[in-house]
Design a protein around this ligand. Structure first.
Ligand code: LLP
Length: 413
């Protein structure tokens, strides 16, 4: 969606004070463009909404792990939620202090755990019994203080979101049941190299109401009540973002005021990803062709599901707007599609746009989260560059260059 940073001025789409068309002249298309100003505003907004709990914010790097983006968020004081050794490595490169990194994930390998412990990450969120044993064994070999862990609880609640991004129901692979958590806590002595200090939940992403989260937090607090050593509650991510003006979602203050009374007195951690970076980013594409077929208009662009898979994977809606603001109110519906050989290669259906011609630019909005990180080289497409417009709103940098055809064969022997 358009916002203070991604908006029209004098008939042109801007990212802060930079015309999108100026960036494209240098980078070509497709290209991801992020506003650092909007990113940091979103972080501040969350901090302010939850201020009464004074939470530790750990940005979920999986949403957008570009080093410049990570560095900006870390520079503003956030820690990082990492789900692989690769993300830990990136977070450290981007300037995170190891103790500000939380290592989460349903299937951490022994190599990853060894690396995380060697680096002395702040927390490991544990998701199964076998992992407890593995961490204990690895930590016993390393001559260091016990590993600090949080147990990830699966509270068996159904989040109001797309089923593909719900994680807190009993049938999901994530977390541990209350029974297993009680069992682990009863047998803590078996893990002398582990200190269990926290509990972790994450019931899903893009949450459409607060009820399931409230229910999950209540169940969590009930579960840990008999264990006074557990004073830290990590309530995960999931704060929603409006992808269209019609999408009704609770604002972050509503989440904060629903949860604050429950969590007062605990040390609270949050892992927002989408809410920090989604609406700070856009994917800009050029029109290659317009094709009329079977009574429909297809706008064929040089961006595809290889660059942005969300519409295909989650039926996700992204607004698509022309980079040149239409001078006329007359619009027509287009199916905005890419060149990839898949029927699902559709970025938007029935998108109302002014009459489009080859070369005309469009911007896919709210594409900063789970965009480039989920991009692939399918159909041997080089991944696009990423640009960051800096906080002054005027300067910008190419934070990642466009891949080349040679990059595509680089790893083959
Ligand atoms: N913490 C945990 C344990 C998570 O699994 C996730 C997201 C987050 C935090 C961050 O959630 P957020 O604040 O971004 O909602 N690719 C999907 C979203 C997958 C989310 C996976 N986990 C999409 O494009 O919608």
């Amino acid at each position: 969606m358009l916002n203070e940073s991604i908006c029209y001025r004098d008939g042109k789409l801007f990212c802060d004070d930079v015309p999108i068309a100026d960036i494209v002249t240098e980078t070509g298309t497709p290209v991801y463009i992020y506003s650092k100003r909007r990113t940091l505003d979103n972080l501040k907004h969350i901090q302010t909404a939850f201020a009464a709990l004074n939470p530790h914010i750990h940005y979920s790097a999986k949403a957008n792990a570009n080093l410049a983006v990570l560095g900006a968020i870390i520079g503003a004081g956030a820690g990082v939620d990492a789900v692989s050794a690769g993300e830990i490595h990136r977070a450290l490169l981007a300037g995170a202090a190891a103790e500000e990194i939380v290592f989460a994930g349903v299937g951490k390998t022994a190599d990853e755990l060894t690396y995380a412990l060697e680096q002395s990450v702040g927390w490991i969120n544990v998701e199964n019994m076998g992992e407890m044993k593995l961490i204990d064994t690895i930590a016993s070999r390393q001559n260091r203080p016990p590993a600090r862990v949080a147990l990830r609880f699966n509270p068996d609640v159904t989040a109001d979101t797309h089923p593909n991004i719900a994680t807190g129901h009993g049938g999901a692979k994530f977390g541990l049941s209350a029974e297993v958590i009680r069992d682990i806590l009863a047998r803590q002595a078996e893990y002398p190299n582990i200190q269990i200090e926290g509990i972790h939940i994450h019931i899903g992403s893009q949450l459409h109401n607060t009820a399931a989260t409230q229910q999950a937090v209540e169940a969590t607090l009930e579960l840990i009540a008999p264990y006074p050593a557990i004073r830290t509650v990590n309530i995960g991510g999931g704060l929603p973002v409006a992808y269209s003006p019609e999408e009704h979602i609770p604002d972050w203050e509503t989440f904060a005021s629903a949860l604050t009374p429950l969590l007062m007195g605990y040390t609270v951690m949050l892992e927002p990803g989408r809410s920090i970076i989604a609406d700070a980013g856009i994917l800009v594409a050029s029109t290659l062709y317009v094709k009329e077929q079977a009574g429909q208009s297809f706008l064929i662009t040089d961006a595809s599901i290889a660059e942005l898979i969300r519409p295909a994977l989650y039926e996700a809606h992204h607004e698509i707007v022309p980079v040149k603001e239409p001078s006329t109110v007359s619009t027509q519906p287009y199916h905005v599609v890419g060149p990839v050989c898949e029927t699902t290669d559709v970025l938007g259906r029935g998108v109302r746009l002014p009459k489009m011609e080859p070369g005309d630019l469009v911007a896919v909005l709210t594409a900063g989260a789970y965009g480039m990180v989920m991009a692939s080289n399918y159909n041997q497409r080089p991944r696009p560059p990423e640009v960051v417009v800096l906080e002054d709103g005027q300067s910008w940098q190419i934070a990642r260059r466009r891949e080349t055809w040679d990059d595509l064969t680089r790893y083959e022997l």
